[in-house]
Ligand binder design. Structure first.
Ligand code: DWN
Ligand code: SAH
Length: 406
C-alpha cells in the first residue's frame, strides 16, 4: 500500500503508463546511455479525492539550470497571464496600501512582468536558474529557490507579509504540500489570498488527456481535493473559475477560514464534480480503459498514414508529448522529427524515444505531408501561423478532442 501524498491514507494504484523519462529532459546523443527512467504509476485517494503519481523523480532532476520550458513561448499565454494579474490587482488587492505579491513557479516572468510594469511590489520564486535569469532581464524581482515553509519565512523576514500568493501550473508539481500550505500561511497577511491554477482533473477525465500526467505533475487537482487539502490547514476554498488554458484548467482562490466571503461557485463545482464521478475510484478505471483505447487508435492512424507513404513531423515538443510518445510507443519510424520554437530544445532529442527536435524554420522550409499536433492547447495560435503548411496541402493529425486527420 502507498500513502496518499495529500492526506496520508492508504491508496491503491490503478494504472501504470510504463517506464517514463524526465518529460523535459531533452538530451544529446552522448547522454542516451545514462538516461533516467521511472515507472509512472498513478493512484486515486478515495478519502481526500486526490489523483496522484505513485513515484516522482527528485525535484532537482526536473527543475534546474537546464529547465527546457520557457512560458514566454506562447503569445496567447502572455495575454492569459495579463488577465490573471489584472484580476489579482483589481479584484483582490486593489484597496491595499503598497500591496506585495509573491508568485512561485514564476519562470521567465510572464505573469509578474505585469506587476513590475505597474510598479507593484512583487517577488518571483523559481528553482530553475536559467528561466529566472530571463525573468530578471524582464525587470522581475526573482529568487532561485524551491518554495516551502522555510523559504516563506525568509521572504517575510526580508520583505514582510504578502497580500497575495499566486501560482500557475506549479502547485500540481510539488509533493510536499504541507510545507507549501504552511509556507502560504506564514507568508500571507491574515486577510491575504492564495490564487492558483492548474490543469483540471475534470477536463483530463472528460477528454482522456492523460498526457497531463508526467513526472512534473505529481497531482491533478479537483475543487474537492483542493478543498480537502487546504481545510486541514485552516484555509478554505472561496472561489473557482474554469480556464481554457492547457486543455482545461481550474483557478482556485483560497483564504484563511472565515476571512472572506465564499462564492456560490464553490458549492456548485462540488456538486458537478460528484455528478461526473471525480470522487469515485470507478471513474478512474473507466479512464484507464479510455487511455488504452487511445493508444490503439492513435497507433492505427499513424500506421495507416505511414502505410500510404505519408511523412509525419511532430509539432511542438511539449512535456505532454513525452507521455504520448513513450506510452504509445511512437518511434523515429513513425515521426521523423518534432519542430519547436524553443532554442534549448532544438538540435537535441526527445526524452525516451529520441526523436530529433528541429527548429520551427526547418518545418517551414520543407513541409511534411502531416503534422502531429502535440501542442493542441495552443491550437488557435498555431493554426493562425501555419496557413502556409495548410495551403501546401499539409494535414494535421490531432488527438484532442478526438483522434482524427484534418
Ligand atoms: O505545467 C507545465 C506547463 C505550464 O508548461 C510545465 N510542467 C511544463 C510545460 O508543459 P508543456 O511543455 O506541455 O507546455 P506547452 O505550453 O504546451 O508547451 C509548449 C511547447 O510548444 C514549447 O516547447 C514551445 C512550443 N511551441 C511551438 O513550438 N510553437 C509553442 C507554440 C505556441 C508555438 O507556436
Ligand atoms: N508559471 C509558469 C511556469 C510553469 S512551469 C506557467 O504557467 O507557464 C513550472 C515552474 O515551476 C518551473 O519554472 C519550475 O522551475 C517551477 N517550480 C517547480 N517547483 C517549484 C517550487 N517548489 N517552488 C517554486 N517554483 C517551482
Amino acid at each position: 500500500m502507498t500513502k496518499c501524498l495529500s492526506c496520508g491514507s492508504d491508496i491503491e494504484k490503478f494504472m501504470s503508463f510504463g517506464k517514463m523519462p524526465i518529460a523535459n529532459g531533452f538530451l544529446k546523443k552522448e547522454q542516451f546511455d545514462d538516461e533516467y527512467f521511472f515507472e509512472m504509476e498513478v493512484g486515486f485517494c478515495s478519502e481526500c479525492k486526490m489523483f496522484q503519481l505513485i513515484n516522482q523523480p527528485e525535484r532537482e532532476q526536473m527543475f534546474n539550470e537546464n529547465y527546457a520550458f520557457f512560458s514566454g513561448t506562447s503569445k496567447f499565454m502572455g495575454e492569459h497571464f495579463k488577465e490573471f494579474a489584472e484580476h489579482v490587482r483589481d479584484d483582490l488587492v486593489l484597496e491595499k496600501e503598497d500591496p506585495f505579491i509573491v508568485e512561485i513557479g514564476s519562470n521567465d516572468g510572464i505573469m509578474l512582468k505585469n506587476f513590475s510594469q505597474w510598479g507593484i511590489r512583487h517577488l518571483g520564486v523559481d528553482p530553475s536558474s536559467n528561466v529566472a535569469e530571463v525573468a530578471r532581464a524582464n525587470g522581475v524581482r526573482s529568487i532561485v529557490e524551491f518554495f516551502d515553509k522555510e523559504c516563506a519565512e525568509k521572504i517575510v523576514a526580508e520583505d514582510g507579509n504578502a497580500d497575495a500568493f499566486i501560482a500557475a501550473n506549479v502547485m500540481c508539481h510539488i509533493p510536499y504540500m504541507d510545507s507549501i500550505i504552511e509556507g502560504i500561511k506564514v507568508l500571507l497577511k491574515s486577510d491575504g489570498v492564495a490564487v492558483f491554477e492548474d490543469p483540471y482533473l475534470g477536463s483530463v477525465i472528460e477528454k482522456t488527456t492523460f498526457d497531463q500526467i508526467y513526472d512534473e505533475h505529481v497531482f491533478l487537482f479537483s475543487a474537492l481535493s483542493i478543498s480537502n487539502l487546504f481545510e486541514t490547514h485552516g484555509m478554505e476554498l472561496i472561489d473557482v473559475e474554469p480556464q481554457e488554458t492547457h486543455g482545461g484548467s481550474m483557478r482556485y482562490v483560497l483564504a484563511n477560514k472565515g476571512m472572506r466571503e465564499v462564492s456560490p461557485n464553490v458549492a456548485a463545482i462540488f456538486n458537478k464534480e460528484r455528478q461526473i464521478g471525480l470522487d469515485k475510484t470507478e471513474t478512474f478505471l473507466i479512464f484507464k480503459k479510455n487511455c488504452e483505447d487511445f493508444k490503439e487508435k492513435l497507433n492505427d492512424l499513424i500506421k495507416e498514414v505511414r502505410g500510404k507513404g505519408g511523412k509525419i513531423a511532430g509539432y511542438a515538443a511539449t512535456s505532454k508529448s513525452t507521455t504520448i510518445i513513450n506510452y504509445c510507443g511512437i518511434t523515429t519510424e513513425d515521426i521523423e522529427y518534432i519542430c519547436d520554437t524553443t532554442p534549448i530544445k532544438q538540435g537535441k532529442f526527445s526524452p525516451g524515444a529520441h526523436i530529433p527536435v528541429k527548429a520551427h524554420e526547418d518545418f517551414q522550409k520543407d513541409y511534411p505531408e502531416y503534422a502531429l499536433l502535440f501542442g493542441y492547447n495552443h491550437e488557435k495560435e498555431i493554426m493562425a501561423k501555419e496557413e502556409g503548411f495548410m495551403n501546401s496541402g499539409g494535414k494535421w493529425i490531432v488527438y484532442v478532442p478526438e483522434i482524427m486527420v484534418k
